[in-house]
Design a binder for this molecule. Structure first.
Ligand SMILES: *Cc1c(COP(=O)(O)O)cnc(C)c1O
Length: 382
């Protein structure tokens, strides 16, 4: 069994990361404290340029969160009442919340049982359902790169083109991932990012961004994030939001960009070690072909709900955290069920009972990784 001296293994170790990036981080924060431009200071545009260059996108607009990023993108397309917005039933709540806030209706789509990504066949069927019901106009698709792996972008683009719908990418979990050798960020007309502290590139508070190759949309997003303002601050062109990216958060993110690629490499190393170590006890996550994940979350499949509960207990006894993303698919959530047409989405429902996430972050040592594997396989020591 674990010796009492073994410290808990959790999902994040931000204190340890601070030690690693300390001097650069302090210098960045001090610079903001000196110039005192806390809103729209120079770090915001510096970060926007860095992020755009990193993803190979023409423009980046820093905003207050990943959720606000989605809202701004959908507002820019005029999405609202009477519009159906298609999105996976198995994702974080923010993706479904925004269409409702704008008066549109989220339509939930089932996912692939192996990669957990949106299932193109289910998407086609759900669009056909909505057309047959005749109440809503199929208007937009939100592709989500769940857990850090890419959604099936070529198929999503084909469906959007054929159905004449708007396609956007919720890249909140996948910044830094790539598909066919190309970094994510240009798979759809707009890509939204989240820098919530637990994401692979995390700020010290809420922050987000939007990537696009369309300069006119970028200008519209800039206006929408700041009260719909025009060329001057007191010219109001449209109804907007207060959704700017904090200068201090931009400074933190600039410091973290320095180690982001090394962090991604470490995440991939740990994912490979888990794959090899745990396959005898649980099903490791299937890889999306021709891609590299950002490994925001590493989720395995257990046999059933009972097996998952037993495994969580076993891990807890060895001081190893685990988590369930997501315990309830969105179409069954109390807030969203009234907007759902009652169609069952069996894969999302099944995954919610069997899925289990393991700790995976760059500060885990090889010893920690061994302890996680041992906690899962029930082996002594570790
Ligand atoms: C985290 C997350 C968001 C929301 O990002 P916030 O910055 O927390 O608003 C949206 N979509 C997905 C898939 C996420 O994981």
């Amino acid at each position: 069994m674990t010796s009492p001296a073994e410290k808990p293994i959790g999902f994040l170790d931000l204190a340890r990361q601070q030690d690693e990036i300390g001097p650069n981080l302090r210098a960045r924060i001090d610079a903001v404290m000196t110039h005192c431009r806390f809103v729209m200071g120079p770090e915001v545009s510096e970060l926007e340029e860095r992020l755009a260059a990193y993803a190979g996108a023409a423009a980046c607009v820093g905003v207050s969160s990943g959720t606000d990023a989605i809202q701004i993108v959908l507002m820019a397309e005029g999405i609202g009442a009477g519009d159906a917005v298609f999105l996976p039933a198995f994702t974080y709540t923010a993706t479904a919340e925004v269409p409702l806030v704008l008066g549109a209706t989220p339509v939930f789509v089932d996912v692939d049982p192996h990669t957990f990504q949106i299932d193109p066949a289910s998407l086609r069927a759900r669009i056909a359902d909505v057309r047959a019901q005749g109440r809503l106009r199929p208007r937009a698709i939100i592709g989500v790169d769940l857990f850090g792996q890419p959604a099936p972008w070529p198929e999503l683009r084909a469906i959007a083109a054929e159905q004449d719908m708007y396609l956007m990418a919720d890249c909140a979990q996948s910044f830094g991932a790539s598909l066919s050798g190309r970094k994510l960020g240009r798979e759809a007309a707009a890509t939204t990012l989240s820098f919530f502290p637990s994401k692979p590139l995390g700020a010290y508070g809420d922050a987000g961004a939007i990537l696009t190759d369309d300069p006119e949309r970028a200008e519209l997003y800039r206006s929408l994030r700041s009260h719909g303002e025009g060329k001057t601050r007191y010219e109001v062109l449209r109804t907007g939001m207060n959704a700017r990216l904090d200068t201090l958060q931009a400074a933190v993110l600039l410091a973290k960009m320095e180690c982001f690629d090394a962090d991604l490499r470490r995440r991939r190393e740990i994912a490979s070690a888990y794959d090899a170590g745990i396959a005898q006890r649980v099903v490791p996550p299937a890889r999306v072909p021709d891609s590299e994940s950002a490994w925001a979350i590493y989720s395995v499949l257990t046999r059933d709900a009972q097996d998952r509960a037993a495994l969580q207990e076993q891990m807890k006894a060895r001081n190893v955290a685990s988590a369930v993303y997501y315990p309830l698919p969105l179409h069954l959530q109390p807030a969203y069920q009234p907007h759902h047409d009652g169609v069952s989405l069996p894969v999302a429902e099944d995954l919610s009972r069997r899925i289990l996430a393991l700790p995976l972050h760059p500060q885990l040592t090889d010893h920690d990784v061994g302890r996680v594997v041992a906690a899962i396989c029930g082996a002594a020591g570790g």
